[in-house]
Design a protein around this ligand. Structure first.
Ligand SMILES: Nc1ncnc2c1ncn2[C@@H]1O[C@H](COP(=O)(O)OP(=O)(O)OP(=O)(O)O)[C@@H](O)[C@H]1O
Ligand SMILES: [Mg+2]
Length: 718
């Protein structure tokens, strides 16, 4: 495998290879001729005191030395270029491969793993390849040439040398598997460390809000400590791989000095030959050492190559064909008998059939986890279904050219990620060829132009930190402008406005509704007030279509939609989002307030207090004493349960109209789960202390509450 990388590197530039090889040959010549020169220097010039011969030998050596330096410089340049080309080539290849991938790939590898592949694995392979290509090959050639010369000078002595040199490779055999295992362990820790850094940057708000700094620090410290200890062992093994062959060379030198000295006493070797032999042996020994010193690089590159290969071998979920161009969709888009799962055997969409006419405004609604976002992702071909097909005007999009599909769609997600560049460039992302006036037009249509020109630097204002420097509404409008600049046939919206405050949401929704006259809109939302005005509504439940129709038709059907609608009714949010209220009729729909008379409910409704939370805030913590009941007037929260191992697991999402913590109305007992806000939330809370006097006054409340809550607790305990 490493050979393949070497071949790739060499093929990319024969000229550089030539420079490197000729540099190596000249270096080799220089090494041996200068060693061999001792023989002539001593035997032909020094001992006979011949000045002319001395001058010739010295001049020849000088010329050779100079040539060697020049060849070395051009060879160094070639190495620098080859090495940099290699980094470029492999990094771009991995990047291209990454771009073909979908969610599963990113979930498997994560930021830390991938970064390490770019910044550690590829350079480590590059170092090994360069080392082998230059030092490695040169050393092998040098050993062969040197041994040949030694053989011709004194074969018996050389035979002894050769047998002894096997000793050089003993440490490698002994330490190889240990070195490989340490390399693997090191990279595993490095991936984790990179991941933590990424997490600490992206999730710094959550880390603050949850007071996770200590535990994050502990995690990173533990990680770095392990890396430290593995690093020490790894470096130590590496140095031993280098040093132990030195021991073998010293032993061999001693043998040669003793045996060579004996041969000189004997008269079989001249003094000049003895010194030259030793000098050449020294060069051979250094070259042998050069061969063994490639080995640590070779081992580290082997681990890195495997890791790189893992990523490169990952087959993309979506195979992009150069198929037929998809002509602009006119009639409808549809899912036909679609089955889809993220995880094998956990189906998310089951035999799903749905058709969305490409006209007007379509809403997709349904409980959290019903598969709404998944449907959008399949419609945009972020993934392919396991069976069934996604059709545009009756054509399977798998058969069509991918780019021609993407040209037809625009999308705005709930959390729009903007890039670190100017607002203008962020909008231009939608269509890189757009003119200045088209960009302004898109911004006007998205209702953000006036705001942008109000900024000191207008369209050149820099957007930093994924869009954090802007308000939520501004960010969503820029994302909308970006999508509109594509002039899409269909605009997909996935909860595009649900994280905004009520006034901004209303304004952005009016903008979107006005756009509905120019293009077809498919909007996923859990807020039914937004869906109510649609031309058609598709209600999903557990990956299948439960109902379809207009708002009025669905209310008449008295099914899931109506249930969800009623759950979300009865809340009032003051303009500006300052405070919320719940109507007494809405309270009556809560099972534990059923049957309580209106006067009492009125009183209860007045006891609720509005609490506003930013996204990522903990509202109640598992294990804390509960003293409040909560109603979600607006927003989405996640229910998280910490297992015995300390691992937190999301078990459910709750949204507009849902409630939690009702057991606290009856008694103070520890919370059974943690509740974290997923979007900005307006919660209505009722505290035990306020509520309790009422329970004393109205015994009916206590009875009703006790019955329902006891049966609930019973169910939970079962
Ligand atoms: N990447 C993923 N890996 C594994 N399971 C996933 C993944 N994404 C979603 N799911 C699961 O698929 C199901 C449907 O998810 P989806 O995001 O489509 O729901 P949704 O209707 O959009 O919900 P919400 O209203 O909460 O956004 C859920 O059970 C979810 O847990
Ligand atoms: Mg969703």
């Amino acid at each position: 495998m490493l050979w393949k990388s070497i071949v790739t590197m060499v093929r990319s530039s024969p000229l550089f290879l030539f420079l490197i090889v000729s540099g190596a040959v000249i270096d080799l010549l220089f090494r041996y001729l200068s060693s061999l020169s001792y023989k002539y220097l001593i035997d032909l010039a020094l001992l006979p005191r011949d000045g002319k011969a001395l001058a010739v030998i010295i001049s020849a050596l000088l010329v050779l030395g100079l040539t060697n330096v020049l060849a070395g410089i051009s060879s160094d340049y070639a190495k620098a270029r080859l090495g940099s080309n290699f980094l470029f080539e492999y990094r771009i290849r991995l990047f291209r491969h990454m771009q073909l991938q979908s969610q599963r790939f990113y979930e498997r590898f994560g930021v830390g793993d991938l970064l390490a592949r770019y910044t550690d694995d590829i350079p480590s392979i590059q170092t090994a390849v360069l080392y082998i290509l230059t030092g490695g090959f040169l050393s092998i050639a040098s050993v062969i040439v040197g041994l040949a010369i030694l053989f011709s000078m004194e074969w018996k002595l050389t035979l002894v040398t050769l047998a002894g040199s096997a000793l050089l490779f003993v440490p490698f055999r002994m330490l190889k598997s240990r070195s490989l295992a340490l390399g693997e362990a090191y990279y595993k820790q490095l991936d984790q460390f990179n991941g933590s850094i990424d997490e600490n940057i992206k999730a710094y708000r959550v880390i603050r809000a949850f007071d996770l700094r200590r535990s994050m620090l502990d995690k990173v410290e533990g990680n770095l400590r392990t890396m430290l200890s593995i690093g020490v062992q790894r470096n130590f093994v590496s140095s031993n791989l280098n040093r132990l062959p030195m021991l073998a060379i010293s032993l061999l030198t001693a043998v040669i000095l003793a045996y060579g000295g004996y041969l000189t006493f004997d008269g079989s070797l001249t003094i000049g030959e003895f010194i030259a032999y030793n000098s050449i042996f020294f060069t051979v020994g250094t070259s042998m050492f050069g061969v063994t010193s490639v080995l640590p690089f070779f081992l580290s590159a082997r681990t890195s190559l495997e890791r790189l290969q893992q990523a490169m071998d990952w087959k993309p979920d979506v195979i992009e064909r150069d198929g037929r161009e998809l002509s602009p969709v006119r009639s409808d888009i549809a899912l036909r008998d679609v089955n889809f799962a993220y995880v094998p055997d956990e189906p998310v969409l089951r035999h799903l059939n749905l058709t969305i006419p490409v006209s007007g405004y379509t809403s997709i609604v349904g409980p959290s986890g019903a598969g709404k976002s998944t449907v959008l992702q399949l419609l945009m071909r972020f993934s392919d279904p396991q069976s069934g097909a996604v059709m545009y005007d009756g054509h399977d999009i798998k058969e069509a050219q991918y780019a021609s599909l993407l040209r037809q769609v625009g999308v705005v997600f709930q959390d729009s990620i903007l890039f670190h560049s100017s607002i203008r460039d962020n909008i231009r992302v939608g269509n890189p060829d757009a003119t200045q006036s088209e960009i302004l037009e898109a911004a006007r249509a998205a209702g953000i132009h006036e705001t942008i020109v109000g900024f000191r630097e207008g369209y050149d204002t820099l957007v930093s930190n994924y869009g954090d420097s802007l308000s939520g509404g501004q960010r969503q409008r820029i994302a909308l402008a970006r999508a509109l600049l594509r002039n899409p046939r269909i605009l997909f919206l996935d909860e595009a406005t649900s994280a905004l405050d009520p006034d901004t949401e209303r304004a952005v929704n009016e903008t979107i509704r006005a756009l509905g006259r120019r293009m077809s809109i498919v909007s996923v939302t859990h807020r039914l007030a937004n869906a109510a005005m649609s031309d058609r509504i598709i209600v999903l439940r557990q990956g299948t279509v439960a109902e379809t129709g207009t708002h009025e038709q669905l209310l008449q059907q008295d099914g899931l939609y109506r249930q969800m609608w009623e759950k979300q009714q009865g809340f009032m949010l003051a303009h500006g989002g300052g405070s919320a209220k719940v109507q007494s009729d809405r309270l009556r729909k809560l099972p534990f307030f059923r049957g309580i008379d209106t006067a009492a409910l009125e009183e209860i409704s007045r006891l609720f207090v509005t609490e506003k939370f930013e996204a990522g805030t903990t509202v109640v913590e598992q294990g804390d004493q509960g003293d409040k009941f909560y109603l979600i007037a607006r927003g989405k929260v996640e229910v998280v349960i910490a297992a015995g191992t300390g691992e937190r697991r999301k078990v459910a999402s709750l949204e507009d109209g849902d409630h939690f913590g009702e057991i606290a109305l009856m008694q103070h007992i520890p919370r059974t789960a943690t509740i974290v806000t997923a979007t900005p939330c307006w919660l209505l809370s009722l505290s035990y202390d306020h509520f309790h006097p009422l329970v004393m006054r109205y015994p009916a409340i206590r009875e009703g509450l006790e019955v329902t809550l006891r049966s609930r607790m019973q169910r939970r305990d079962d």
